[in-house]
Design a binder for this molecule. Structure first.
Ligand code: BDR
Ligand code: CA
Length: 313
């Protein structure tokens, strides 16, 4: 029997968040304990609605979806409509009214409850700003030593929202600081590696050939995402940033990682939200992060393609 990795997906769907959910739900090595939402790509009411819509599309009926923080710990809400559109998931036709509702419990409380109930075997997978995770740690510090690992998308040695900062970390750098100084083992999938996961026309065509409702949904997501990435960043492909986290949990051999010290900049005039990745060990400080540097493209696209093919026609 395959040993399942229990996860909470803490997300802000978001095109690539949605694909990350689809990959996790399709793979028998992953058990999704809950989905929690946070403001990021769009406001939290929209990211919650989108999470519920994706659950509908992939038939994920029994997993609770809990809505979380609508603003960062210290700063005002910042969103990324230019990349994900007004709904946060522009492109495909989406179910207007999803068949299930979010549960009547705040995401922060659900994270605390699930971690406290666990045997220390729960992994948190944040693919949006780290507000919910940090708030949960601040509200109930007893969860910190019980979290198995945090496998997150964020940061990098360069930025995409400012020259220094990646969007998820930049939205709530104070939350990121709480998480990166918590002592919980962290695996970080930043722009250095996620920009290697760019879906090109060729990849999109490969997914289109799979030809089921979920692959069709992903194709429409990627067509929109690829268009905005071309307009905003001049890229030829759409980076499926967030799915790197789940891909790593399913098959770590896809990635090459190094153990390094990462600290979060919360004060800089030009560098707020920067992840200071000590690749050369110049700080002499203890490593707190497994930092993903590269991925095996063939294995990554095969994994996604196989996942999409598991959904019925
Ligand atoms: C991150 O920001 C969002 O736009 C994506 O969903 C991803 O999590 C990339 O910077
Ligand atoms: Ca995201």
């Amino acid at each position: 029997m395959v040993e399942k990795r229990k996860v909470i997906l803490d997300c802000d769907p978001g095109h690539d968040d949605a694909i990350s959910m689809i990959l996790a739900a399709a793979n028998d090595k992953i058990e999704i304990e809950a989905i929690t939402t946070v403001a990021g790509n769009v406001e939290v009411d929209k990211t919650t609605l989108n999470a519920l819509r994706v659950c509908d599309i992939i038939g994920l009926k029994d997993v609770p979806v809990a809505e979380g923080q609508n603003r960062p710990m210290v700063r005002e809400t910042q969103i990324a409509e230019s990349i994900h559109g007004d709904s946060g998931l522009d492109g495909p036709n989406l179910p207007e009214v999803p068949s299930k509702e979010s549960i009547d419990q705040h995401a922060v409380d659900l994270i605390i409850e699930k971690v406290m109930e666990s045997d220390g075997d729960l992994t948190l997978v944040p693919t949006g700003p780290l507000t919910n995770i940090a708030m949960a740690m601040v509200k109930e510090p007893k969860i910190v030593p019980k979290i198995k690992e945090i496998v997150l998308m964020g940061g990098g040695t360069f930025g995409n929202w400012t020259p220094a900062a990646e969007f998820n970390i930049w939205v709530d750098a104070e939350a990121a600081k709480v998480v990166f100084t918590s002592g919980v083992p962290i695996a970080m999938f930043g722009l250095d590696v996620t920009h290697q996961a760019q879906a090109t026309d060729e990849t999109i065509e490969r997914f289109a050939q799979i030809d089921n409702p979920v692959s069709e949904f992903v194709v429409e997501l990627l067509r929109f995402f690829k268009k905005t990435y071309k307009e905003v960043f001049g890229f030829d492909g759409a980076p499926i940033h967030d799915a790197c986290t789940v891909a790593y949990l399913i098959d770590p051999s896809i990635f090459e990682c190094v153990d390094v010290r990462v600290d979060i900049e919360t004060k800089g005039e030009f560098t707020y939200g920067m992840t200071c990745v000590d690749l050369l060990g110049v700080t002499g400080r203890e490593a707190n992060t497994k930092f993903a540097q590269s991925l095996d493209q063939d294995k990554f696209w095969d994994l996604l393609s196989d996942a999409l093919a598991t959904y019925s026609k």
